[in-house]
Write a new protein. Structure first.
Length: 157
């Protein structure tokens, strides 16, 4: 069996932890002459509602503004981190639940590998919020490489 990657999905939230995983995605893309697809998801949960019922209004900015901000940040990210690749990178900004958008994008674009960072959280936050990376690992139809930051605590208790 020969392992071949042609399309590598790199989901990012532009955090330092996320950027730490980019070196793996870049190295694999160079080794396999693959295209990196870089995805940023505006989490639809950012909108908090001030009241319940028909009179409720969102407290946060409109989703269109958040998507436009995401596109601006993605272009800056592309310029700073995605230059010099053999294959021209593909960038995309989506609105939704991050794990669902990542899995859907990978399926739609026939991605061979997803490379993403694990984000260290305390056990309470993890129990309440869950883990995007964990959900992607469980539900993705392609291979997933998770990259742990050197700064993350490795306490097994």
């Amino acid at each position: 069996m020969s392992i071949r990657f042609e399309k590598i999905l790199f989901p990012t939230d532009f955090s330092d932890l996320s950027i730490g995983a980019l070196s793996f995605a870049r190295e694999l893309a160079e080794t396999f002459d693959a295209t990196i697809h870089c995805l940023y998801v505006v989490d639809e949960a950012y909108q908090y509602w001030s009241a319940m019922g028909p009179e409720s209004i969102p407290v946060g900015p409109p989703s269109e503004d958040m998507i436009e901000l995401g596109r601006t940040r993605m272009e800056e990210f592309r310029t700073e981190h995605l230059t010099g690749l053999k294959q021209e990178p593909v960038t995309h900004v989506a609105l939704g639940r991050p794990f669902s958008e990542i899995i859907g994008y990978a399926r739609e674009k026939n991605v061979d590998l997803i490379v993403m960072a694990t984000h260290g959280r305390g056990p309470i936050a993890h129990a309440l919020l869950g883990s995007t990376t964990e959900r992607v690992v469980r539900k993705a139809q392609c291979a997933v490489l998770t990259v742990r930051s050197h700064d993350q605590d490795s306490d097994m208790s």
